[in-house]
Design a protein around this ligand. Structure first.
Ligand code: ATP
Ligand code: MG
Length: 408
């Protein structure tokens, strides 16, 4: 049996909903990847009694406890003191840590504030892991067959300390098979319609299947200890629903589009209205986008659509800015303007105002224009302004993947 792991995330901001608990998400994936899936997570306030209660429960029921947050030098950071009290270990000053903290400030050309001296205090019998990306060291305590690690809350520091120090210790002391995960990304089909398509499928008992609806699309995740079984099941599923599959694992729509375009040696450009540049951002988030993305026009005002994209004023007045007709002219216009192989366009009503009975909020029109033809689509998305804009930006990317894929 794999060792049991418990995570304790400390921070009022996590419970107030001001900070998303990405540390749990990141640690969960890392630990699963070395065969130590998290057994339990406890989120507590920055309060000594609450932290002690959480430690009590975690230390009693688990072999590995990882604490995050509250290791900083300020008054609200009480994790270290609380851990020291819980284990009955006196605080000790470690000059080498103080030296490291001072070096970090020196490199930034700053005086080291006296309060940072507290970061060099470590409970007796604890190991301190050097933190090269911040000033709070990671802490490690081992007692018989149990281990406790305490990490700063800042995600980059937590990740540095876990990857650089903790992962190796855990891999060595708890060798086990990693959990294999295969994620299949789908688009253009609802969760329930997918479930229907896969209804008759017999899945091996040790292969777990999770349905993960994303904004506007669905991911299927297969996981378990048997890598071969995971991969072969993923292949069977992909074959059954291949029309809807656009990528796997860490793929993003923009990354897959980039691979397609570079392979086929085609260039694209974008005319965006309601997404205000979001699709362009997604595309250029992927390094190397200049290899196929020529650029884009954010044509929010109708005058921009006419003057820069050559949208006919009669099209705008007859069909409206949010129409398949206008989308077509925008796509054609941006393709010609930028001399690209494909011109793409998005025009829609992201809300909350501006809807009408025949064009409700969430109505978005898309178009893809190439030398050969110009296609267009009209979709109505649910959700608030930001989710409508997000779905619309991804939609045009996924629509082009589907289109180029069909041509392949
Ligand atoms: P610092 O030295 O910066 O004070 P710390 O160890 O005391 O580090 P916190 O004060 O708890 O950590 O948090 C520092 C920053 O990290 C905050 O911006 C906080 O929102 C963020 N953070 C804390 N916990 C998490 C978490 N579980 N997931 C994501 N971010 C977190
Ligand atoms: Mg802090």
């Amino acid at each position: 049996m794999a060792a049991k792991v418990c995570i304790i995330n400390i921070g009022n901001e996590l419970l107030l909903g001001q900070t998303v608990n990405t540390n749990l998400n990141w640690l969960g994936m890392e630990l699963a990847s070395i065969g130590l899936p998290v057994n339990k997570a406890i989120i507590v306030k920055d309060e000594s009694e609450e932290i002690k209660q959480a430690l009590q429960e975690a230390w009693q029921d688990n072999e590995i406890v990882i604490v995050s947050g509250g290791l900083g030098p300020t008054d609200d950071d009480i994790t270290k003191k609380t851990i020291a009290e819980f284990f009955g270990k006196d605080p000790e000053f470690r000059p080498e840590i103080w030296e490291n903290v001072q070096q970090i400030f020196k490199r930034r050309n700053l005086e080291t504030p006296e309060i940072n001296k507290s970061q060099a205090i470590v409970p007796k019998d604890f190991t301190a892991f050097e933190n090269k990306v911040g000033t709070a060291p990671g802490l490690y305590f081992q007692s018989r067959d149990k281990k406790l690690f305490a990490l700063p809350g800042v995600p980059s520091e937590l990740q540095y300390l876990f990857t650089g120090h903790i992962k190796e210790i855990l891999k060595k002391d708890y060798p086990s098979d990693a959990i294999s995960i295969r994620t299949i990304h789908t688009w253009g089909i609802s969760e329930s319609a997918l479930a229907e398509k896969l209804a008759g499928l017999k899945i091996q008992q040790d292969v777990n299947l999770a349905w993960l609806p994303q904004t506007g699309r669905v991911d299927l995740r297969l996981y378990g200890a048997d890598k071969t079984a995971i991969l072969s099941t993923a292949e069977i599923i992909s074959d059954k629903i291949h029309k809807y599959v656009w990528g796997y694992d860490g793929d993003s729509p923009a990354k897959v589009l980039q691979e397609f375009c570079l392979r086929k040696n085609v260039t694209i450009s974008l005319a965006e209205s309601c997404t205000g540049g979001l699709a362009g951002k997604m595309i250029t988030d992927v390094p190397g986008a200049s290899g196929y993305f020529n650029g884009g026009v954010i044509s929010y005002h109708n005058a921009m659509k006419e003057d820069i994209l050559s949208v006919d004023s009669s099209v705008l007045s007859n069909f409206g800015a949010v129409s398949e007709e206008t989308a077509r002219e925008m796509a054609l216009g941006v393709r010609k303007l930028t001399k690209s192989d494909f011109g793409l366009s998005i025009t829609g009503i992201a809300g909350p105002e501006g809807g009408s009975p025949d064009k409700p909020v969430g109505t978005v029109c898309f178009s893809i224009s190439s030398e050969k033809e110009t296609i267009s689509k009209r979709v109505v998305f649910n959700g608030d302004r930001s989710s409508i804009r997000f779905k619309a930006a991804e939609y045009i990317i996924l629509l082009l993947i589907e289109y180029v894929g069909r041509e392949a």
